[in-house]
Design a protein around this ligand. Structure first.
Ligand code: ZN
Length: 229
């Protein structure tokens, strides 16, 4: 993809961040749409991290999302689109539950510590769980799904279930992308997570999907991912 196409993709994305004050990164080579935490297109990974005190202003405790817990805090637009998507899945005979929406920096820190301990702090574990500040869940724009409400920790097998397959094929229609596709670990910096979907808006999600269902956010916006390797 050439520079012109990338610029066009960014213009087409046309998200207007509500605040330009905070940035995720000192990386001045990236456009502000990708570095502003409140932007729908914010890039969050092990290099581009969120401020410790960042809490989205659009968070809503959604009591109507079908989930494994009673209340899911989530970005309001993301929650509404998720509900629309889950309804469509339900109409197609697919059962989906939300495991996690927004997770605070502190909660991510606790989650990271406990998961790392469970995984014996191995090098590979770092590709399986995001450290605090590195998790898209802190943006309120990411959702982990399961088809089994008794299973709060989905595995890669989820990708082979009807629910996993349905999401893979249809999530973009509701503005969600598969954020960590299979075989793209070197680009995203994280292992395949068929349960983790990231809201970017219908237009961008569809454009990414149309370049191939395993196209990564990084590839679409031509982000230098050498640091993720
Ligand atoms: Zn997740």
């Amino acid at each position: 993809m050439n520079r012109e196409q990338i610029d066009k993709n960014l213009r087409d994305a046309a998200t207007t961040p509500t605040s330009f004050k905070e940035t995720t990164t000192t990386d001045k080579t990236l456009p502000s749409e990708l570095t502003t935490p409140s932007s729908k297109l914010v890039l969050v990974d092990s290099v581009h991290t969120l401020p410790v005190d960042y809490v989205p202003s659009t968070l809503k405790d959604d009591i109507y999302l079908k989930s494994t817990s009673e209340v899911i805090p989530i970005d309001e637009e993301t929650g509404n689109k998720a509900k629309e998507m889950m309804q469509a899945a339900n109409d197609a005979g697919i059962s989906l539950y939300v495991v996690t929406g927004y997770r605070s920096y502190e909660d991510q820190q606790k989650y990271y510590t406990s998961r790392m301990e469970l995984l014996n702090n191995s090098e590979d574990a770092k590709k399986q769980v995001q450290a605090a500040g590195c998790s898209e869940h802190q943006t309120g724009l990411a959702i982990d799904f399961t088809d089994d409400p008794s299973n709060a920790q989905p595995t890669t097998d989820f990708g082979k279930t009807d629910a996993g397959k349905w999401l893979y094929e249809h999530a973009h229609e509701y503005g969600f992308i598969l954020r960590y596709p299979e075989g793209k670990e070197d680009i995203t910096g994280y292992n395949y997570e068929p349960w983790h979907y990231r809201y970017v808006g219908v237009e961008t999600a569809t454009a990414i999907y149309e370049q191939g269902p395993d196209t990564t956010f990084e590839e679409y916006f031509n982000i230098n991912t050498n640091e993720n390797k």
